[in-house]
Write a protein that binds this ligand. Sequence first.
Ligand SMILES: CCCCC/C=C\C/C=C\C/C=C\C/C=C\CCCC(=O)SCCNC(=O)CCNC(=O)[C@H](O)C(C)(C)COP(=O)(O)OP(=O)(O)OC[C@H]1O[C@@H](n2cnc3c(N)ncnc32)[C@H](O)[C@@H]1OP(=O)(O)O
Length: 194
Amino acid sequence: MSGRTASLSPPAGAMPPVRHPEAPAPGELLGSHYDQCFGCGGAQPHGLHLEARAGEGVSLTAEFRVKAAHQGAPGLAHGGVLATALDETLGSLNWLLRVIAVTGRLETDFVRPVPVDTVLHLDAHVVAVHGRKIYSSATGRIGGPDGPVAVRATALFIEVKVDHFISHGRDAEIKAALADPDQQRVARAFEVNP
Ligand SMILES: CCCCC/C=C\C/C=C\C/C=C\C/C=C\CCCC(=O)SCCNC(=O)CCNC(=O)[C@H](O)C(C)(C)COP(=O)(O)OP(=O)(O)OC[C@H]1O[C@@H](n2cnc3c(N)ncnc32)[C@H](O)[C@@H]1OP(=O)(O)O
């Protein structure tokens, strides 16, 4: 065993999250962190095309329309796709902290089925930060932003350096990402605003 704690509750000594002064203003779209991302990439034909908008503090909202390609059972969204939408939404929160982080742990509750063509209204916030560990939670509702809860998740993200992607990613995609002026801007922003 690794000795890692399975708990998604912040430990004693965890601090409230601090919104970065240059984080997008409440109401602003965050944009995609990577064009080919399955969750948010605009150039990813198979993706969820999730769009997140900054909220107050370290929170955001996002919308995801379930398409026919996302089915598990007839006419219903696949649970893994819904978990991806939650993961992406939670991951986007770290941009408000100006921290690069990857999902270490994601716990999902599936509360009610989500039909195809439904818009899932997601909201997420960071609960606490402890060293490199970021504790966050998200809720997805259907029928409107105040509709019934369909899915919920709590997560632990771990802060990493941009080298994480450079040393683990595939060469071709790394080179393409570095050649994309937007991605370079993202990476640079992360480097100068740790
Ligand atoms: C080149 C161009 C660059 C362009 C890049 C473009 C964009 C980049 C920007 C942002 C991208 C990031 C996210 C995008 C947003 C959303 C997308 C959704 C998010 C994802 O889809 S992301 C993919 C799935 N994700 C992974 O691919 C992670 C695989 N994994 C690892 O890479 C390692 O596993 C790692 C790094 C997590 C840790 O490794 P490590 O060696 O750095 O650190 P270590 O193990 O020491 O852990 C430190 C402390 O975290 C605790 N801890 C760690 N893991 C835990 C777990 N699972 N459960 C409970 N606690 C855990 C330990 O217990 C310890 O705790 P303590 O400090 O208390 O001892």
